[in-house]
Design a protein around this ligand. Sequence first.
Ligand code: SF4
Length: 233
Amino acid sequence: MNTINSDLKEVIESVKAYIELDRASGIDEYFVAQKKSDSRSPGLNLGYGCTLESLKQEVMGCKRCSLHKTRHNIVLGAGNPKAELMFIGEAPGEDEDLQGLPFVGRAGQLLTKIIEAMGFKRSDVYIANILKCRPPNNRPPLPNEIEECEDILKKQIDIIKPKIICTLGKFASQTLLRTETTISALRGHFKEYNGIKLMPTFHPAYLLRNPNDKKLVWSDMKKIMKELKIVAK
Ligand code: SF4
């Protein structure tokens, strides 16, 4: 015990001596170095066997990025949890934010028509977005928002295991394919995302402004139908 006390005394004395030396040289403030940490939020706490329902519980109330401050609802996705075909768009818009469902505005109605023309019902496929909360005034998503939210989408894809992913528009296509190639160059050609065939095509909101390009989207959908061995009715 005495040895410990004398060791401690020695340490205190040497610290005092350092402080006094610093004071003599004009230093009277000290800062504690913070341990550097990964600024990203911890990953999702979901392991093997998780379902869309358990994912929903985990994500409910998510505050991983600042979009939680302005959203009304988290728009996780909707549709068949065992869908062969999964559509992925950019982010919820105003209608989607208010209703908590993806693609329910004008663009969503056009997507429904496309899905039905392929011979599906909306409930046969799964529809989601890269971001689950609406960016204010529909501004483009920011890199940190994508980084924080992408885990949720990855988990959705893991659970659903679609045969084909169809990305809607430039943003979703470029994000999943990690490319800056334009959507005009990407669309119409199957790519691969983690072993799953991925068809990039135009976003339905773009088609509302450019109806002449609907035929290009239909030709992309026909490639998907051929891959899934679906014959249009
Ligand atoms: S956008 Fe995604 S990461 Fe950001 S708060 Fe919403 S659910 Fe969480």
